[in-house]
Design a protein around this ligand. Sequence first.
Ligand code: 5GP
Length: 195
Amino acid sequence: MVVSGPSGVGKGTVLKHISSFKGVSVSVSATTRKPRELEKDGEDYYFISREEFLENIKKGEMVEYNEYCGNFYGTIKSKLEDLLKKNEIVLLEIDVNGASLVSKKLDCVKIFLLPPNFNELKKRLILRGTETKENVEKRLKQAYIEMKDIYSYDYVVVNDEINNAVEKIKSIAKAESFKVKRRKFEIEEILKSLL
Ligand code: 5GP
């Protein structure tokens, strides 16, 4: 499951809640951005240098990557493969470009998280206090650009209240798990009893 949405919409918080559920794991991306206060290497991101990131791209070790507001962000192939082997739901919090690339390579469900309105988002970004005034403006501009991709997503969830948003994503995961294409094994087993 891929979750995208404008900076400050609360993707991190929503995913932190969901990651504690059984059968769900969250992919940790690599970035060249500096860690924010309280962010931990290997938990929030793999914080690496620009040189290391470029080297990873050269070696074909990234599933996807993108440059966002001056920093690189991307999904490391080996880390994602390890998670997929566990046969659990894997959540990726990535931007619209990354989401488009991943959906071409993997069977995934794309969810777009929206703020109740953009004034609210601006307030959240400022209150979060992690970005300079200039960066807040850059991120809002980027949000405007990313919104154009919303119609390529499968689901939209408005993050009006954290528990609501988490519940909605849980319902999506549940419904998706009952899709015929994800139940082939079960169907085959039941069909055997017909013969
Ligand atoms: P932030 O700096 O706020 O943590 O993240 C900035 C943007 O980068 C967000 O839109 C986030 O979804 C995106 N992002 C985080 N990890 C990845 C990744 O692995 N790949 C891509 N393409 N974008 C990512």
